[in-house]
Design a protein around this ligand. Structure first.
Ligand SMILES: NC(=O)C1=CN([C@@H]2O[C@H](COP(=O)(O)OP(=O)(O)OC[C@H]3O[C@@H](n4cnc5c(N)ncnc54)[C@H](O)[C@@H]3O)[C@@H](O)[C@H]2O)C=CC1
Ligand SMILES: N[C@@H](CC=O)C(=O)O
Ligand code: NA
Length: 435
C-alpha cells in the first residue's frame, strides 16, 4: 500500500465527530477501498475540553484552524466549521493556495464563494470536494457530476433540508407545534448553528444553487433564487392540504428554460409547496432528503436518503477522502469553472402553475366576495374553495386552490388585497408541485 492520506479536520461538532467515528469504525473497509490508509493527523475546534465521544489525544491539536493549511504533514484539509465567510473561508483559501486538497460540507460557503474556490483549486491542481454539502449522505454530487454527466438536464428539484422535512412531517403525523418540533430537530443535530437558515429556506437555496450549477453547466447564482420558508405554515395548512390530496413539503426547484420561450433563463425557487400525495416526494419523511433530476437520455433520476445528521454526513465526507486517496478528482462543478455558462435569471411570474392560498379573515359578510373580486380582477380562476375552522390568530380560515395560470396573476391578486380590513394577518401562498 502507498503512504497514508494525511488529513486535518477543522470543526469537531456533529459532522467532525462523525468523521472520526466513521474512520475508527470502518477503518479496514475504508483503507481497502481507498487503496491506502486515511489517517487523521491534526484537528482544530473551539473547545478542546468538550466530550465528543471520541478520543482526541492521538491527534495534534491546533488552536487556530487556519494554521492547518500550511502544515507539511497534511495532504488534505476537511472544513467542518460552517459559515459562508470567516474562518471557514480563510481556511479554504489558504489550504488551496498552499497546494493542498480541500473537502467541505459547507454549502453556505460554496453558494457564495464556490466558483472562486473551485477555480483556485483547478489552478493548483488540487481537489475541491463537497459531497456532504448537498443532501448530506445522498451521493447526489457524484450522481450528477459523474453518473449523469452525459445528459442535458432541464430540471432538478427536491427536498433539500432535513430540519424542515422533519418539522413538516412530524407536524403532519403528530399534529404537534412548530416550535416544539424545531427544538427536537436541533437536538438531533440536523439544524444549522443558526436554525433560521433552515426554516427560512436559505440552507435549501444554498444547496439548490449548487445543484443547478452542476445540472445545467451554469455558474452558481444563489442571489437569483426566490426563497421562502416554513415559518408561516400552520397545522391547518397541513390538514387542508391532506384533505385536498396533498402533502406540504419545502421544495427546491431549478429549471433551465430554453431561449425563445417566455420563461427563458434560470429559474430557482425554494418554497413550501403542496405535493400530490402520489408523488414520490410526498413519501419522503423525517430527516430524509430526495433529489429528482431529469436528463434527456437517462430520464428521471430519483435520489433519496438521509440529508442531515452525524452518520450520513460523515459518510459523504469520507467518500470524498476516498476519492482523493484514489487520485479520482477533477473540476468541482463537472467542467472547468471558465466553461460554466452565465445564465440570466428567468423572468419572475411567467411560470405557469396552480396555487394554494390560505387567508385568515374577519367573520363578517362580504369578506369572501372581496377575495373573489380580487381573484377575478387579477384573472385568477378558483378551482376549489374551503371555508372551515379558525386560525391561531383568531380569524376564520379560508383556503382555496386556483386553476393553472401565470404565477404573476396570483401575486397580483394578493397585492390587490394588501391592507384589506377583511384580512387578519398575511395570506399564505403555496405553489402546487406540478412536475
Ligand atoms: N449537521 C448536519 O447534519 C450537516 C451539516 N453540514 C455542514 O457541516 C458543517 C458543520 O456542521 P455541524 O457539524 O452540524 O456544526 P457544529 O456547530 O456541530 O460544529 C461546528 C464545529 O466547528 C467548530 N468551530 C467553530 N468555529 C471554529 C473556528 N474558528 N476554528 C475551528 N473550529 C471552529 C466548533 O467548535 C464545532 O466543533 C456546516 O457547514 C454545516 O452546514 C452539512 C450537512 C449536514
Ligand atoms: N441543516 C441542514 C443540515 C444538512 O445540510 C438540514 O437540516 O438539512
Ligand atoms: Na450529498
Amino acid at each position: 500500500m502507498s503512504k497514508a492520506l494525511r488529513v486535518a479536520l477543522a470543526g469537531l461538532g456533529t459532522v467532525g465527530a462523525g468523521v472520526i467515528k466513521l474512520i475508527d469504525t470502518n477503518r479496514e473497509i475504508v483503507e481497502r477501498r481507498a487503496g491506502r490508509a486515511i489517517e487523521i493527523v491534526a484537528v482544530s475546534a473551539r473547545d478542546r475540553t468538550r466530550d465528543r465521544g471520541v478520543d482526541l489525544a492521538r491527534f495534534n491539536w491546533v488552536d487556530d484552524a487556519a494554521e492547518l493549511a500550511a502544515r507539511e504533514d497534511i495532504d488534505v484539509v476537511v472544513e467542518l466549521i460552517g459559515g459562508a465567510d470567516g474562518p471557514a473561508l480563510t481556511l479554504a483559501r489558504r489550504t488551496i493556495a498552499a497546494g493542498r486538497h480541500f473537502v467541505t460540507a459547507n454549502k453556505a460557503m460554496i453558494a457564495h464563494h464556490g466558483l472562486g474556490l473551485a477555480g483556485d483549486a483547478e489552478g493548483k491542481g488540487v481537489a475541491f470536494k463537497y459531497e456532504a454539502a448537498v443532501a448530506g449522505g445522498i451521493p447526489v454530487i457524484k450522481g450528477l457530476r459523474e453518473g449523469a454527466a452525459a445528459n442535458a438536464i432541464g430540471r432538478v428539484y427536491g427536498i433539500l433540508n432535513g430540519t424542515c422535512n422533519y418539522i413538516l412531517t412530524t407536524m403532519e403525523a403528530e399534529g404537534r407545534d412548530f416550535a416544539e418540533v424545531l427544538g427536537e430537530a436541533q437536538r438531533l443535530g440536523y439544524a444549522e448553528a443558526d436554525p433560521s437558515f433552515d426554516i427560512d429556506g436559505v440552507d435549501a437555496a444554498h444547496k439548490l444553487s449548487i445543484l443547478a450549477s452542476l445540472s445545467f453547466g451554469s455558474k452558481i447564482d444563489f442571489g437569483a433564487a426566490a426563497i421562502s420558508g416554513i415559518r408561516h405554515v400552520i397545522a391547518a395548512d397541513i390538514a387542508q392540504a391532506q384533505a385536498l390530496g396533498y402533502r406540504v413539503r419545502l421544495v427546491g426547484l431549478a429549471e433551465a428554460q430554453p431561449e425563445g420561450s417566455t420563461t427563458a433563463g434560470l429559474f430557482q425557487r425554494v418554497a413550501p409547496c403542496l405535493v400530490p400525495a402520489n408523488h414520490p416526494l410526498a413519501h419522503v419523511a423525517g430527516s430524509l432528503n430526495a433529489v429528482v433530476a431529469e436528463g434527456n437520455f437517462v430520464g428521471r433520476l430519483f435520489f433519496e436518503g438521509r440529508g442531515a445528521g452525524e452518520g450520513p454526513t460523515a459518510s459523504a465526507v469520507v467518500a470524498d477522502l476516498i476519492d482523493i486517496a484514489r487520485g479520482e478528482y477533477g473540476p468541482a462543478f463537472a467542467m472547468p469553472v471558465e466553461s460554466l455558462a452565465e445564465m440570466a435569471p428567468a423572468p419572475a411570474g411567467e411560470r405557469r402553475g396552480r396555487a394554494y392560498l390560505r387567508f385568515s379573515v374577519a367573520d363578517r359578510p362580504g369578506v369572501l366576495a372581496e377575495i373573489a373580486a380580487a381573484m377575478r380582477d387579477a384573472g385568477v380562476s378558483i378551482e376549489s374553495l374551503i371555508q372551515r375552522g379558525t386560525t391561531p390568530d383568531g380569524g376564520v380560515l379560508v383556503a382555496m386552490v386556483t386553476h393553472e395560470g401565470p404565477e404573476r396573476a396570483v401575486s397580483d391578486a394578493l397585492a390587490r388585497l394588501e391592507g384589506s380590513q377583511s384580512l387578519i394577518g398575511a395570506p399564505m401562498l403555496m405553489h402546487i408541485l406540478d412536475v
